[in-house]
Design a protein around this ligand. Structure first.
Ligand SMILES: NC(=O)c1ccc[n+]([C@@H]2O[C@H](COP(=O)([O-])OP(=O)(O)OC[C@H]3O[C@@H](n4cnc5c(N)ncnc54)[C@H](O)[C@@H]3O)[C@@H](O)[C@H]2O)c1
Length: 259
């Protein structure tokens, strides 16, 4: 295997692994030799994925993990250590969106839930991942932010605020943890046709072509992302050869511009 993409024996934890980017990253890492630990609220689906990866010759374990609950995030790290002895890579991918809504009409419950899942979920995960990575002398964390985390996001302000917080968590942790060989980066995709977007009300109501032309207005490539091209870029960022990059929030965006 090309050493740039050889994850043999690396232990990788992925949250939100039942769908979309998380599922593709889990498959991509397992196919390249990683031992994967998969968490999701959708326990049956994530367990089936782990079974499939094992049937294909990989090493995979799955468990229910609601990232909004600190004890679930802690248990996922504990499972990695119990089953595979360490934790090299953590992808804090689980996240939720919300419907396009004028700023002043976003319900308080939506703001709160965005914070619980998209911010606390990343912070709880990082807290326990970092504790383990410090014990073993290093590690590699990739958080899922968004283009909405590095620029204005009209109509999805609660999501955008939460994803900006993920950038803050990423940069602060990277600055603090570089000396102990823990690298922390974030991926910032533009709208991509994972179930999160494909099943969103704008796409369901308008259909893909019409929704794409509205959503991709600010994107120089004039199209939405495809799930594999974005997930593959994240796998490239996780490459075992990528050892000197930290504190970066990388746009994967077809050139979409941000305010
Ligand atoms: N698709 C996009 O356009 C896009 C763009 C930028 C960033 N992102 C981010 O990428 C990440 C993955 O999104 P996706 O597009 O693959 O979405 P998706 O909806 O296809 O997958 C999200 C997964 O997270 C899981 N999940 C939701 N809440 C959870 C919780 N509390 N605990 C554990 N798991 C939970 C879901 O069950 C699902 O399996 C998210 O953080 C999202 O915000 C997506």
């Amino acid at each position: 295997m090309d050493p740039l993409l050889d994850f043999t024996d690396q232990v990788a934890l992925i949250t939100g692994a039942a769908s979309g980017f998380g599922k593709l990253i889990a498959e991509g890492l397992a196919q390249r030799g990683a031992k994967v630990v998969l968490g999701d609220v959708n326990e049956d689906v994530v367990e089936s994925l782990a079974e499939k990866l094992r049937a294909d010759g990989g090493q995979a374990v799955a468990q229910r993990c609601d990232v909004a609950l600190e004890e679930d995030c802690q248990r996922l790290v504990a499972t990695a250590v119990e089953r595979f002895g360490r934790l090299d890579i953590a992808v804090n991918n689980a996240g939720i969106s919300h419907d396009f809504t004028p700023f002043e009409e976003i319900q308080q419950s939506v703001w709160t839930r965005q914070w619980e899942v998209n911010v606390n979920g990343v912070q709880f995960g990082m807290k326990h991942q970092i504790t383990q990575m410090k014990k073993q002398g290093g590690g590699n964390i990739l958080n899922l932010s968004s283009m909405a985390g590095i620029g204005g996001a009209p109509g999805i302000a609660a999501y955008g605020a939460a994803k900006h917080a993920v950038v803050g968590l990423t940069k602060s942790a990277a600055a603090e943890l570089g000396p102990v060989n823990i690298r922390v980066n974030a991926a910032c995709p533009f709208f991509t046709l994972t179930p999160m977007v494909a099943e969103s009300s704008i796409v369901v109501q308008k259909g893909v072509p019409a929704a794409e032309s509205v959503l991709s207005r600010g994107c120089v490539m004039k199209r939405l992302g495809q799930p594999d091209e974005v997930a593959n870029t994240m796998i490239l960022l996780l490459s075992p050869a990528n050892t000197y990059m930290t504190g970066q929030c990388i746009a994967i965006s077809g050139g979409a511009l941000s305010l």
